[in-house]
Design a protein around this ligand. Structure first.
Ligand code: UD1
Ligand code: CA
Length: 453
């Protein structure tokens, strides 16, 4: 049976004290909304509808950047979760099968949990995701009768007896598309908040003789973000899980607490990651690489046996083949380094291709930008780029060619050639000694004059 996804993301998130909508705040380099969409994507939804309100334009841009087929439904006034789901009705007019409701501010629901819900759905008309709360606070309470869910009561509307229940509503709900909209058409806002509660559909479903149940998950999965404190806690929870998974999968982290992963970082087994390494989005590291301390990687691919850092920066489009060495204070952007190439010290390689076994000397810079356009530098295999070479792009250096130390290379260097592009040296005999004498004499004069005053 097909599943359709509704993600509620219209809320403002007042407690974030932010100009941007809550669901666009990031955990591990991706907006909260994208985490929710990724969780839902594990069910391969036929259609995804994001209900947006506050900052709808930015929210829909983020949703579409992740999934260009996502539909946006507008909820101009936030009248409650039930009303929010109803706003998606039109977008799902032709939908068949099930509807899964997720919150855009709840990033950690696991695919396994959603599968347990679809499993429970086989025997039930409505399935709600619940959790045993350490502190049930203001969550909605799940009123169970054996394995049947009788109704959900919101904290504000609950009696003392109901408030004593610790099994709480996560907000995630699974139901057929037909049923969810039929049930929602019967809810009212006569409650303590004056809102249309999605949670009211359970009682209505039971009264109509439908079966409802709750599947339990770990409380940490349902962690919602309402404040910057929550956001920091969510980031910490994500990182703790990512570090654990990396270690379990065969990656060495010498100081796990200092390594920060992005939501989509992939690191192959037998890679060693030293302390204080930060991964931005879209990084893949193959087996047996070595990422040394204080390196920052984003949009980069590092092949087997390559070494990066310490203090290296790989920016988007950095493509390192096997056994490449990128050393300290080196920045690589939109550049491919073929097998065994070395850029060991203080260099910038941008918009370039570097051939196999080529050595780039310290302080080399590809001058790729003329203030308006970016230009490409092509360096062949087994070449030797002398220290402090300025490669003024567009320019190419052939296989097995060399550039002299300090060269400013503005013309292509043929293969096997040596490019010397700097002023020839001229030694003036005794000139330094004369100059020193003159300068010291001037300083002595100045000191006598100032004492005389
Ligand atoms: C809701 C549940 C509660 C549950 C809790 C879990 C209801 C009535 N209550 O309460 O049982 O324990 O979540 O966190 O469903 N939203 C909209 N439009 C609206 C209202 C909300 O898009 O008109 C979105 C919010 O942006 C948020 C989510 O729905 O992402 C939940 O809304 P929120 O107001 O936080 O619900 P709670 O009162 O916490
Ligand atoms: Ca909430």
């Amino acid at each position: 049976m097909s599943t359709n996804l509704i993600i509620l993301a219209a809320g403002k998130g007042t407690r974030m004290n932010s100009d941007s909508p809550k669901v666009l705040h990031k955990v591990a380099g991706a907006p909260l909304l994208v985490h929710a969409m990724r969780a839902g994507a594990s069910l391969e939804p036929a259609q995804t509808v994001v209900v947006a309100g506050h900052g709808a334009e930015a929210v829909s841009a983020a949703a579409r950047a992740y999934d260009e087929t996502a539909t946006i439904a507008l909820q101009t006034e936030q009248k409650g979760t039930g009303h929010a789901v109803l706003c998606a009705r039109e977008a799902l007019a032709k939908a068949s099968g099930d509807v899964l409701v997720l919150y855009g501010d709840t990033p950690f629901i696991r695919p396994e949990t959603l599968r347990a819900m679809t499993e429970a759905r086989k025997e039930n008309d409505v399935v709600v995701l619940g959790f045993e709360a350490a502190d049930p606070a203001r969550y909605g309470r799940l009123v169970m009768a054996g394995s049947q869910l009788e109704r959900i009561v919101e904290f504000k509307d609950a009696t003392d007896e109901e408030r004593a229940i610790t099994f709480c509503n996560s907000g995630v709900i699974l139901c057929s598309a037909d049923n969810i909209f039929a049930l929602l058409s019967q809810i009212t806002n006569t409650n303590a908040s004056g809102e249309y509660y999605l949670t009211d559909i359970i009682g209505i479903a039971r009264d109509a003789g439908l079966k409802a149940t709750a599947v339990a998950c770990d409380e940490r999965e349902t962690l919602g973000v309402n404040s910057r404190l929550d956001l920091a806690a969510a980031e910490a929870a994500f990182q703790a899980r990512a570090r654990h998974e990396a270690l379990e999968s065969g990656v060495t982290l010498t100081a796990p607490d200092t390594v920060f992963f992005a939501y989509d970082t992939y690191v192959g087994p037998d890679t060693i990651i030293e302390p204080h390494v930060v991964f931005g989005p879209n990084v893949t590291i193959e087996n047996g690489a070595h990422i040394r301390a204080f390196s920052h990687l984003e949009g980069a691919h590092v092949s087997r046996g390559a070494t990066v850092g310490p203090y290296a920066r790989l920016r988007p489009g950095a493509e390192l083949s096997e056994n490449v060495h990128v050393g300290n204070f080196v920045e690589i952007k939109n550049a491919t380094l073929a097998e065994g190439a070395k850029v060991n010290h203080l260099s910038y390689i941008g918009d370039a291709a570097v051939g196999a076994e080529t050595n780039i000397g310290a302080g080399t810079i590809t001058c790729n930008y003329d203030g308006v356009f970016k230009h490409h530098t092509e360096i062949g295999a087994r070449a030797f780029i002398g220290s402090n070479t300025m490669l003024v792009a567009p320019v190419s250096v052939g296989d097995e060619a060399m550039t002299a130390t300090g060269a400013v290379v503005t013309k292509d260097v043929p293969e096997g050639a040596m490019a010397i592009a700097r002023a020839p040296q001229d030694n003036k005999i005794n000139l330094a000694r004369k100059l020193f004498a003159k300068l010291r004499a001037r300083k002595a004069r100045q000191q006598t004059e100032s004492k005389g005053l």
